[in-house]
Design a protein around this ligand. Structure first.
Ligand SMILES: Nc1ncnc2c1ncn2[C@@H]1O[C@H](COP(=O)(O)OP(=O)(O)OP(=O)(O)O)[C@@H](O)[C@H]1O
Ligand SMILES: [Mg+2]
Length: 269
């Protein structure tokens, strides 16, 4: 099952969720492919991979570029790397990395059929993975549209603040309005992940209370992800949060495992 993780709003915790879910899926013996579709390449870096002149490997950008109509599908297989994480993560997680020149794909948006190129690039490539997680940039533009055209479901990640909730609503509305035009009429929003929650903030509690009415209670996944320094520490050190040790890290790893279990229910639907 392919999952596009998005929100029109930046900094909502999309990449933290992709990386946390990937770790949790690996911990529970599932194979997961992470597709970094953001030119910021934050997911790649947090999984320990930097693509630059010293490490000139094919990325998602080349896979998309080489997947125009008429080309054979599956070009993304050339770009799968093993993250620089310890076992069991390394053997369970595949990463299709990104670098800033993924921006160059945006200019191809006007080409007929270009929006289907990630779908073609991934054809047959992720059949052996339980879940493919596509980390989208904070945009509803061409890169996110490539992801939505390739995905079975979309999942929004939001911070319980007004602008971030609105960004998730715009993603949902865009999925509804554009799925058919993206050549993917069965695409649906399957969930809303609530991250970066500060328990002592009334404004957060207020926004969280409003989510079931806004999205439907089925779609609001639990548990919520608390704001914790260990998430930043794990991101900065490019390691899975569980390997940091300590009570907060163990608690967070459990939150991500619960969310991964919720995600896997969508696979069986
Ligand atoms: N639950 C959390 N607790 C603490 N820090 C968090 C949490 N979630 C995310 N962060 C931090 O907040 C920042 C933004 O998160 P992240 O990069 O995951 O957001 P994003 O939505 O992917 O951003 P962008 O829109 O730029 O891609 C990062 O520094 C990340 O480490
Ligand atoms: Mg991100």
């Amino acid at each position: 099952m392919r999952v596009a993780i998005g929100n029109h709003k930046g900094g909502s915790g999309k990449t933290a969720t992709v990386v946390g879910l990937a770790a949790a899926l690996a911990e529970t013996d599932h194979r997961v492919l992470v597709v970094d579709l953001d030119p910021q390449a934050n997911a790649s870096r947090r999984l320990g991979v930097r693509v630059d002149a010293a490490n000139p490997v094919p990325t998602v950008s080349e896979a998309i570029r080489e997947s125009h109509a008429g080309e054979a599908g599956g070009a993304a297989v050339e770009a799968i790397l093993t993250p620089a994480w310890p076992e069991p993560y390394a053997e369970k997680i595949g990463l299709i990395p990104s670098r800033f020149d993924l921006e160059n794909r945006i200019s191809e948006a006007a080409t007929m059929g270009a929006v289907g190129r990630l779908r073609r690039a991934l054809a047959g490539v992720d059949d052996d993975y339980d879940v493919t997680l596509i980390d989208c940039p904070p945009s509803l533009g061409h890169l996110t549209q490539l992801a939505l055209a390739a995905a079975d479901v979309a999942v929004a990640v939001l911070e319980p603040e007004f602008d971030s909730v609105e960004g998730a609503v715009r993603l949902r509305d865009f999925v509804e309005a554009a799925a058919a035009e993206l050549g993917n009429p069965r695409l649906r929003l399957a969930g809303v992940v609530v991250g970066r929650v500060r328990a002592n903030l009334g404004a957060h509690a207020f926004q969280i209370d409003g989510l079931p009415e806004l999205f439907g209670s089925e779609l609001v996944w639990s548990p919520t992800i608390p704001e914790r320094a260990v998430i930043k520490d794990a991101a900065d050190a490019a390691v899975p949060v569980a390997t940091l040790g300590g009570v907060p890290a163990a608690g967070l790893a459990e939150v991500y495992r619960d969310l991964a279990a919720r995600l896997l229910k969508e696979v069986d639907r």
